[in-house]
Ligand binder design. Structure first.
Ligand code: GDP
Ligand code: MG
Length: 594
């Protein structure tokens, strides 16, 4: 055990974690050259296409340092703010962290938030100044920022380039030298923390764990403390590029367990595995996830409801931050109300359902969760507009507020403050990190930033601003429910809860957007937005004449072709509500109001 090192890599997105991980795997010959591909650990298709890490990944390396053999367990983590839950789980399984900072960018918002997570878990931090091969790298300046931030010595910072393969050996040596060996007693009762799991249709559920105390042998009877279920450890082993079975694994190590579990509900990330005989107490698991955005997910084919439920259960295994419960919509029928960590998370869930489980789904208007205090003194947690009580039952409504930390070049401070004030934000603090980098702190309603705020921020700062946020509590706000009617029929899945000051503008723009997005049909479609009984906006989609494609899309050939291709691609993401066909884009129209 004294030669085991468990570490993770933390950084702001795009600072080069996955690339650096590739180099570590190569250098330690964990991966043969012919198996090597870029960002090797990002093995989900979706990750490769988008070039981002969504899941944490674990892999074991062997390394000889000063004549001694070491076992290094690396856990790669995602950097996007939506996936910080994954980061916190990886961190709980490690003793040390490589903190990667891009030497051309400097410290960004998630560098800081992930660092605080690591420090909070007492991890040994190894600062790495990455991408020093870039001609515009600023090693001195960024080193100053790092020293300021973590209070290390200049010599502690390793200069590296994942791309050019610089500093890789220094990093591996520092891991052996500086990160403490895991503590724990191999002879004590078994305590292994589940930090991830994945559904495999052939082998059942694979559970990834870190052993804190005790020894686990193949074939032993184990118990999951939280669920009280017992299993036989059919196969245990370590995670290399492929799984390598072992006869036994002891305290300090990281590995996988397969025990024929088929039911996704039986595995909870954060649960503790122990022995049936000589059980131990549970280790403190992970914090509960706090979903930020809620939306309905409905099958396009109503008959696929049960299949969708099974798929969600399986997906949840691999994505512990996804929460959901059944819900019914007058317009869409049976579906699920889901909680997500952010909009990117919501997109990823929808895409994974479609790709990994072959489901075609509709996602409804996203919303944050409001606290509605009724005139009778009750507190309702409302995350779907349809749950909003009638106005005369409402005493007052509170909405979630966040503290937003924005780091940017100082030349963009003006536009950023304007943007945030437009989003009902209040500037709380302004600190210069260096002469031209500023950290701004705002208090803002969560509802204003979850949708498109980040994109806007990137645009006005030409990509130079980064954002991190945390929930700080609920505050009273004047919120109203905005209903949408199509040909006089309210479509609950299109309603939204919005601030009264913005309701008129919102209603008007939403109707305009819907007019663009609803396909023309054989009859006219009236689109109306209303608050209570009062209609505040109206638009009309004209009826089709005979020659469908020609009339609808004029002479734009490429658009026509696209449309035809889209229709060929299996089921359309479209739902019939009353006699009106509503495409997926219409449900998310609120996201595109500018
Ligand atoms: P992650 O989001 O932190 O996992 O970052 P990636 O490893 O996916 O890298 C983000 C981008 O930076 C990719 O386009 C990489 O090719 C590039 N990159 C990563 N490391 C280096 C480096 O050391 N030097 C240079 N010049 N580019 C790098
Ligand atoms: Mg990555």
């Amino acid at each position: 055990m004294k030669n085991i090192r468990n570490f993770c890599i933390i950084a702001h997105i795009d600072h080069g974690k996955s690339t650096l991980a590739d180099r570590l795997l190569e250098f330690t010959q964990t991966v043969a050259e012919r198996e090597m591909q870029n960002q090797l650990l990002d093995n989900m298709d979706l990750e490769r296409e988008r070039g981002i890490t969504i899941k944490s990944h674990a892999i074991q390396m062997n390394y000889n340092y000063k004549g001694e053999d070491y076992v290094l367990n690396l856990i790669d983590t995602p950097g996007h703010v939506d996936f910080s839950y994954e980061v916190s789980r990886s961190i709980a399984a490690c003793e040390g962290a490589l903190l990667i900072v891009d030497s051309s960018q400097g410290i960004e918002a998630q560098t800081i938030s992930n660092l605080y997570l690591a420090i909070g878990n007492d991890l040994e931090i190894i600062p790495v100044l990455n991408k020093i091969d870039l001609p515009h790298a600023m090693p001195e300046e960024v080193s100053d920022q790092i020293i300021d931030l973590i209070g290390c010595d200049r010599e502690d910072i390793i200069h590296a380039s994942g791309k050019a393969g610089i500093g890789i050996e220094d990093i591996l040596n520092a891991i052996c030298e500086r990160i403490p060996a895991p503590k724990g007693d191999p002879a004590a009762p078994l305590q292994a923390l589940i930090f991830d799991s994945v559904f495999n249709s052939y082998r059942g559920i694979e559970v990834y764990f870190r052993i804190f105390n005790g020894t686990l042998k193949k074939g032993e009877k184990v118990k999951f403390i939280n669920t009280s279920k017992t299993y036989e450890a059919d196969e245990i082993g370590v995670l290399k590029l492929n799984q390598e079975p072992r006869q036994e694994m002891a305290a300090g190590n990281v590995g996988y367990l397969i025990s024929g579990i088929k039911n996704a509900k039986e595995v909870k990330v954060g649960d503790t595995i122990t022995h049936v005989e000589r059980p131990a107490a549970g280790i403190q698991g992970f914090e509960d996830v706090k979903p930020m955005v809620f939306a309905g997910i409905y099958p396009v084919e109503t008959s696929e409801y049960e299949e969708l439920r099974a798929s969600m259960e399986k997906l949840q295994l691999n994505d512990a931050s996804l929460v959901w419960e059944p819900e019914t919509s007058a317009a869409l029928g049976f579906g699920f109300r889901c909680g997500f960590l952010g909009m990117l998370h919501m997109e990823i869930v929808q895409e994974r359902l479609e790709r990994e489980f072959d489901m075609t789904v509709i996602t409804t208007v996203p919303s944050v969760q409001f606290h509605v205090h009724t005139t009778k003194g009750a507190l309702l947690k409302v995350s779907a507009p349809s749950e909003m009580p009638e106005p005369n039952y409402i005493d007052h409504v509170e909405e979630p507020f966040i503290k937003a930390q924005i780091i940017s070049k100082s030349e963009f401070v003006g536009p950023i403050i304007t943007l945030c004030m437009d989003k009902r934000g209040i500037l709380k603090n302004q600190t210069y990190l260096t002469s031209d980098r500023v950290e701004l702190t705002f208090e803002m309603p969560l509802a204003e930033i979850v949708f498109d705020f980040f994109d806007k921020l990137k645009t006005i700062s030409r990509g130079y601003a980064s954002l991190d946020y945390e929930l700080i509590g609920f505050k009273q706000s004047n919120m109203v429910k905005l209903d949408v009617m199509l040909n006089g029929e309210p479509v609950d899945a299109l309603s939204a809860i919005v601030h009264r000051d913005k309701a008129y503008d919102w209603g008007k723009r939403l109707c305009e957007k819907l007019r663009e997005l609803l396909p023309r049909q054989m009859f006219e479609i009236a689109i109306q937005a209303a608050i209570g009984q009062k209609i505040i906006a109206r638009e009309t989609v004209k009826a089709l004449r005979k020659n469908v494609l020609a009339k609808c899309y004029g002479g734009d050939i490429s658009r026509k072709r696209k449309l035809l291709e889209k229709q060929k691609k299996g089921k359309k993401r479209m739902r019939q509500v009353g006699n009106v066909e509503i495409p997926q884009e219409a449900f998310l129209a609120v996201l595109k109001l500018d």
